[in-house]
Design a protein around this ligand. Structure first.
Ligand code: ADP
Ligand code: MG
Length: 293
């Protein structure tokens, strides 16, 4: 039989916007000492907007936006939405795309008006033997230093330029991270994004330990490695790419504003998508468990 205190605890959680899948989950919070945080959509709003457009020499800015926007228009990724919406606002209706493919954790590709277009990380362009010029590589580093997520665009065997998007830290994230520290938990940032952007966001919210450029399938390994070091890990995430890590963690918390896949994989749903609710959940569990023994 479940102790009444646990049932009362889950009920209190529901009132606070912390949906706990079952009373036994509260036990899983015992000993948690590390909170791994996904970046996009968890620490940040995940609502990005188009920031910079950097055409390569001799490339028309609108043509760069039109091709990049057309391919991204077929993707749901926050970076894709920002580029497609920003491009449509700048150049008008976007052409359709054929043979669209999403390359998980790297970018997108497709055929627009008979032209093969690739949009994404440098590693994706390298798969197509496309490399940034020194000039573009320098601009990319500069923009990343300003916290922008920069993706490259190539079409028909040449690099057309760079497009960047900017995300914003949620106004409550820094306070949530301070609360984790007060609870004796070490915050860790985990993201597929590049090191410069990850460090910039981490600095803004007060996180020191950062894992960047982690491929979606490898997020789970980072959690497992921390556990192998003897840490008891809570993971907070929102994306499809966080689901395996949420399941692997000793305690998985999904943003209620995130994907269904993440919510299903997690033990707890934070209805409001506010990171402070994760601290509320840990505090509630500790209080509940302490009334039992
Ligand atoms: P996160 O872990 O921050 O949620 P992802 O694992 O989804 O990020 O993506 C990792 C990186 O792959 C992104 O930062 C971006 O550089 C690239 N990428 C992923 N999807 C796209 C896309 N649709 N268009 C351009 N780049 C993309
Ligand atoms: Mg995410």
């Amino acid at each position: 039989a479940t102790p009444t205190a646990l049932l009362v605890g889950t009920g209190r959680g529901a009132q606070m916007g912390v949906l706990i899948k079952g009373p036994e989950i509260l036990e899983a919070t015992r000993g948690v000492d590390t909170v791994v945080l996904d970046k996009t959509g968890t620490v940040t709003t995940g609502t990005m907007s188009l920031a910079d457009v950097v055409p390569a020499d001799g490339v028309d800015r609108d043509e760069l936006l039109r091709l990049a926007g057309a391919v991204e228009n077929a993707s749901e990724h926050p970076i894709a939405r920002a580029i497609a919406d920003g491009a449509a606002a700048a150049v008008g209706a976007l052409p359709g795309v054929e043979s669209f493919a999403n390359v998980e954790g790297k970018g997108v590709q497709g055929v627009v008006d008979g032209t093969a277009v690739v949009v994404g990380r440098e590693t994706l362009l390298a798969d197509w033997s496309q490399y940034l010029t020194d000039d573009l590589a320098a601009r990319k580093r500069e923009l990343e230093g300003q916290g922008r997520s920069v993706v490259a665009v190539a079409a028909d065997g040449r690099v057309l330029g760079l497009v960047s998007v900017a995300d914003k830290v949620k106004p409550t994230s820094a306070e949530a991270i301070a609360q984790f520290r007060n609870l004796g938990l070490t915050p860790v940032l985990l993201t597929g994004d590049n090191t410069a952007v990850a460090e910039q966001i981490a600095g803004e919210v007060g996180i020191e330990k950062v894992f960047a450029k982690v491929m979606p399938a490898d997020k789970v390994d980072v959690v497992a490695r921390l556990q192998a070091e003897g840490r008891v890990v809570a993971m907070v995430g929102d994306g499809i790419n966080d689901a395996a890590a949420l399941a692997q963690a000793d305690l998985g918390l999904a943003m209620g504003t995130g994907t269904d896949v993440a919510i299903e994989a997690a033990d707890i749903t934070l209805v409001r998508g506010d990171l402070r609710s994760a601290a509320d959940a840990i505090r509630l569990s500790r209080r509940t468990l302490s009334t039992i023994k």
